[in-house]
Design a protein around this ligand. Structure first.
Ligand SMILES: N[C@@H](CCC(=O)N[C@@H](CS)C(=O)NCC(=O)O)C(=O)O
Length: 214
């Protein structure tokens, strides 16, 4: 099995966490999204029509979209379950996961930030205000969900789920971009707990083969 990945892509990071939690070995195939390798015709045609990372390849089967990949992994390698079977619990896990992956991640994605820079010609200060604003909106919503429905040490109790796979990389990216996250104590508690877990540690950007320091 191969994972096409970029070291500090949060969607690749969430998929690496899921693979590590399940103990599934894989070959790491670096795709440099900074230089545009994810837009190469060969990659888009053969591996990921969405022109993004991550993509999973298993023999003749290739799949993009991190949540679809993690769902596929969860069915193929059911232990540990990352998307619970119980109807209500499953819905809560998906609710927080979609907040991060549908509401937060897309508006601060590389192509959006580059469009702000290169097409709309916003200043670096405006771009960073944009980034911080949407992180704050999303983190405040995540914190409300955790307060209302969650329980520690993970987002939803004693075992990590898809929600933790999504929350931790989103927070890591926000911290890397200089956002202040002290106002979100429940999310911080999950983040600190996850940083001590071997699967979350192994998936972190600085340990990936394509890592380059900023
Ligand atoms: N919804 C997709 C998003 C994938 C995505 O956009 N990944 C980012 C990296 S985190 C990417 O490839 N960005 C390249 C770009 O914006 O041009 C998923 O969850 O896999």
């Amino acid at each position: 099995m191969q994972l096409h990945s970029f070291f500090n892509s949060s969607t690749s990071y969430r998929t690496r966490i899921a693979l590590a939690l399940k103990g599934v070995p894989f070959d790491y195939v670096p795709v440099n999204i900074r230089t545009g390798e994810h837009r190469d015709a060969g990659y888009v045609d053969r591996t990921n029509p969405s022109a993004a990372v991550p993509a999973l390849v298993d023999g003749d089967f290739s799949l993009g979209q991190s949540l679809a990949i993690i769902d596929w992994l969860d069915v193929r390698f059911p232990s540990p379950k990352l998307i619970p079977d119980d109807l209500d619990r499953r819905a809560r896990v998906l609710e927080l996961s979609y907040l991060i992956s549908c509401d937060m991640h897309p508006i601060n994605n590389l192509r959006v930030l580059r469009y702000l820079d290169q097409e709309l010609r916003v200043t670096p200060e405006q771009k960073s205000a944009w980034y911080r604003h949407w992180i704050d909106e999303g983190m405040a919503a995540a914190e409300r969900l955790l307060a209302k429905y969650g329980s520690r040490p993970w987002c939803f109790g004693d075992t990590p789920t898809l929600a933790d796979c999504c929350l931790v990389p989103q927070m890591a990216n926000a911290l890397r971009m200089g956002c202040e996250l002290d106002e979100y104590p429940l999310s911080q508690a999950v983040f600190r707990h996850a940083s001590e877990h071997p699967a979350f540690a192994a998936a972190q950007p600085s340990l990936q083969p394509d890592f380059v320091s900023p």
